[in-house]
Design a protein around this ligand. Structure first.
Ligand code: CUA
Length: 179
């Protein structure tokens, strides 16, 4: 038998298990189990992948709710594109829209207060990545992801898209203020 010629006994599963082979199978199996339980452990203790509630939605329904909050609580606009900066009351529902290639609007939250952050994508998959905290949530069209957040640090945070979404993916950045 060699790498080129097939073995004379072709039914490989009838060959006795070599000790080295068995050892590697055992190591691989144990490692699979470690990685499997790490998924659960990481979710609970990793602080990066938050638990979200997820509901079905449509772009129309979601943007109507987002627009309502923007109309009510915009305090100023920023940049040449006049992106609204929305400061919703503590404890309320806040909406963030992901679309090619922007996060809208800019949110201004208060430190130590709890908000219900609603996220959806209008078109394709986007990734919500809050920097430098490194909190990551996949944002999927057709679904409304709700995260209960309590900012514990004030400052200016960047929201970057970490799911490749086309030619301007690298420019899909947003901002979040915590006062
Ligand atoms: Cu949106 Cu990448």
């Amino acid at each position: 038998m060699s790498a080129i010629h097939p073995p004379s006994e072709r039914l490989w599963w009838k060959h006795p298990l070599d000790r080295v082979e068995g050892t590697w199978i055992a190591i691989a199996f144990v490692w699979c189990m470690v990685m499997f339980f790490m998924m659960v452990w990481w979710h609970a203790y990793g602080r990066q992948n938050l638990s979200t509630e997820t509901y079905r939605t449509t772009p129309e329904k979601f943007s109507a709710k987002a627009q309502e909050v923007v109309d009510k609580y915009t305090v100023r606009t920023e940049t040449d594109q006049k992106i609204p900066v929305v400061a919703p009351p503590a404890g309320s529902d806040v909406y963030l829209v992901a679309r090619l290639w922007a996060w809208w609007p800019i949110l201004e939250l208060e430190k130590g207060r709890t908000y219900r952050l609603h996220l959806t994508a209008m078109d394709y998959n986007h990734g919500f990545s809050l920097q430098p905290s490194n909190i990551n949530i996949q944002v999927v069209p057709g679904f409304e992801h709700v995260v209960t957040v309590t900012p514990n640090q004030s400052g200016s945070f960047s929201i970057v898209c970490n799911e490749y979404c086309g030619i301007n993916h690298h420019a899909m950045v947003g901002r979040l203020y915590v006062k």
